[in-house]
Design a protein around this ligand. Structure first.
Ligand code: DON
Length: 323
């Protein structure tokens, strides 16, 4: 383990970025949404914010990208805030699937059961349909309001990505119709999909992603403003879902080898929420931190390839594994 002296940590982080960036060549940006394929595959950036506000950043940390599936955690939180956890679980379960994020097979096998969890597409489309509001715009505003409380800024929707996904979303349409027929989609299929795609198209950078992760890491409290934004139970359930389902059918391996609650998106973002550590060694971020990573070359599971490797390295070197 390379503990390093405090003044060496930022330099170490830069070295790790340079090292893992070279692995991006083994993956490539998602192409099933044509606009995502335009990302620069060698980008790799990281931003880490500690509970006391200390931060470290390296590489392409300031490049913006769309949240994609990372938004599933935030819309789940928003729906729980509105309806309460018990009501939400009447619509969507909390069980990992071990399947790809956009798998349809379980919907058939489990027919007419509720979606397995809110972080696969079926569950996230259900959650989008449950957001308060009379139309997709109002529902999206609810999530943007919540994000604004956390990052201190109104995050934009990337219209080009939204349009591209809307035009190419045959599988998501099929999933939404299955869920509707099974009785687990509130309102119209098209409105739920519009809302879901817009949430996927929310744009941010790794600093903003790290801030969201930090609030989850701190059990829903904004540590810099000492304000509770998410009730502790909802924050904890979100982290449990991230650990068990957040990296899709690589979640088990991720828990075993990285050991932090994390959520990925096909644009190459990963957020990781690291709770406070009670270990005595002199290492950075032992009071908890939020980590935002961006690396658009993804692997076969839909997770950032170099980003996952970088996160594993950081967690191992700085002893952030929760287990
Ligand atoms: O549903 C989709 O296809 C995307 N907009 C989101 C998927 C995603 O990010 C899966 N992640 N790894």
């Amino acid at each position: 383990m390379k503990i390093g002296m405090a003044h060496e940590w930022p330099e170490l982080l830069e070295q790790w970025i340079t090292h893992y960036r070279s692995f991006s060549a083994d993956g490539k940006p998602a192409s099933y949404i044509p606009a995502l394929a335009q990302a620069n595959p060698s980008h790799l950036g990281v931003y880490i914010i500690g509970a006391d506000g200390t931060n470290m950043k390296a590489g392409d940390w300031d490049v913006t990208f769309t949240m994609q599936s990372i938004s599933k955690v935030i819309s789940f939180v928003a729906v729980c805030l509105e309806m309460g956890i018990d009501k939400v679980t009447e619509w969507v379960d909390m069980e990992p699937t071990g399947d790809a994020f956009n798998s349809i097979s379980r919907l058939e096998e489990n027919w007419p059961g509720k979606p397995f969890n809110p972080l696969i597409n079926a569950g996230a489309i259900t959650v989008a349909s449950l957001l308060p509001g009379n139309n997709p715009e109002e529902k999206v505003e609810v999530v943007l309001d919540l994000l604004e409380k956390i990052v201190g800024q109104r995050l934009p929707i990337n219209k080009q990505i939204y349009q591209s996904e809307w035009e190419s979303a045959h599988r998501n349409r099929a999933i939404a119709h299955y869920v509707k027929e099974a009785g687990f989609l509130n309102g119209s299929v098209d409105e739920a999909l519009e809302c879901y795609f817009k949430l996927c198209s929310i744009e941010l950078n790794t600093e903003q992603l790290a801030m969201i992760s930090l609030v989850l890491a701190a059990d829903g409290v904004h540590p810099l403003r000492e304000q509770t934004i998410i009730p502790v139970q909802i924050a904890r359930i979100s982290k449990a879902l991230m650990l068990t389902c957040g990296m899709y059918n690589a979640s088990g391996k991720f828990a075993a080898f990285v050991g932090v609650p994390a959520k990925s998106g096909v644009s190459g973002g990963i957020m990781a929420a690291v709770p406070a550590r009670n270990r005595s060694r002199i290492l950075p971020f032992q009071n908890g931190c939020g980590i935002g990573i961006y690396g658009p070359a993804i692997d076969k599971y839909g997770n950032s390839l170099s980003g996952s490797m970088l996160l594993q390295h950081i967690a191992n070197e700085w002893d952030l594994n929760i287990f």
